[in-house]
Design a protein around this ligand. Sequence first.
Ligand SMILES: Cc1cc2nc3c(=O)[nH]c(=O)nc-3n(C[C@H](O)[C@H](O)[C@H](O)COP(=O)(O)OP(=O)(O)OC[C@H]3O[C@@H](n4cnc5c(N)ncnc54)[C@H](O)[C@@H]3O)c2cc1C
Length: 287
Amino acid sequence: MSEYDIVIIGSGPAGLEAAITATIRKKNILLLGQKKCSTKLFKAHAINNYLGFPGIEGSDLEERFEEHIKALGIEITPKTASAVYDMGDYLAVQSCSDMFQCQAVILATGVITQNLFPGEEALLGKGVSYCATCDAALYRDKTAIVIAYSKNEEPEAEFLAEYAKNVIYIPMYDNPEVSKDNIEIVNKKPAEILGDDSFTALKTDDGDIPADGVFILRESIAPDTLIPGIEMDSHHVVVKKDMSTNIPGVFACGDITGLPYQFIKAAGEGDVAALSACAYIDAKNKA
Ligand SMILES: Cc1cc2nc3c(=O)[nH]c(=O)nc-3n(C[C@H](O)[C@H](O)[C@H](O)COP(=O)(O)OP(=O)(O)OC[C@H]3O[C@@H](n4cnc5c(N)ncnc54)[C@H](O)[C@@H]3O)c2cc1C
């Protein structure tokens, strides 16, 4: 298992700023997230309230962020964290078949405001999956449904289609471009995950779709699914002023901690979370 001082989950403004501060503080970090920072940055046209960059386009700000982390030798590892375990002496972060050991975790995954589908939580691991890369091999010659919330998930569906007989792709965004003969794009609205002991079908606004499994690919996994036991207030992680959570060694920053959803607040909290994580590790090592 690879060892780090801090694993930062999420590469939006909050996670990048946390990575910058932790690196300046000479901590050994792993930054997990999408290579191109945050989809929200690309959606923002003119940003008028980011200090020093009046009217900057989201894509230009993203380039500035990339240059900044590159100058410090920080790399984004393009992996999704699927679970965080409190092992007592240390924390372990899982991403598919990889496991990373660390002293502190900074959650910077952005907010998800979508509710889980009825039946989703009960059948997680029983035909419901959040990671095609991890579970594709289980669907050899079977039929799988993919509910995808962004274009970033298209390669995941195409990878799944290399194993599965059929993939039914339900895009929750406009203009999907998946290109494999055994992927069928279906524009229906998912409503419920059906099955007693294991998944049997997806209920939609236009009838049920039977399949062997369903992959629900959101940009972010709900924090309390990622770390069971973390204190939540609706969709947000409860933090103290130093960005610590109720779980020792776990810090959170950015949209995940609540309103207002703003770039500068996310970056500022990333800085505080990193400083607090460094102080936590230093105190632990001294003790
Ligand atoms: C259209 C639009 C316009 C906006 N305009 C403005 C504006 O003008 N001014 C302003 O201040 N704010 C604006 N915002 C808000 C701003 O985008 C957010 O406040 C900011 O992006 C929050 O940063 P974050 O780092 O907390 O989360 P995000 O930017 O959401 O980044 C989270 C990152 O974590 C990754 N991630 C999630 N889960 C995992 C996981 N399990 N493993 C690994 N990685 C994971 C995601 O892929 C993503 O890259 C706008 C938002 C939108 C949608």
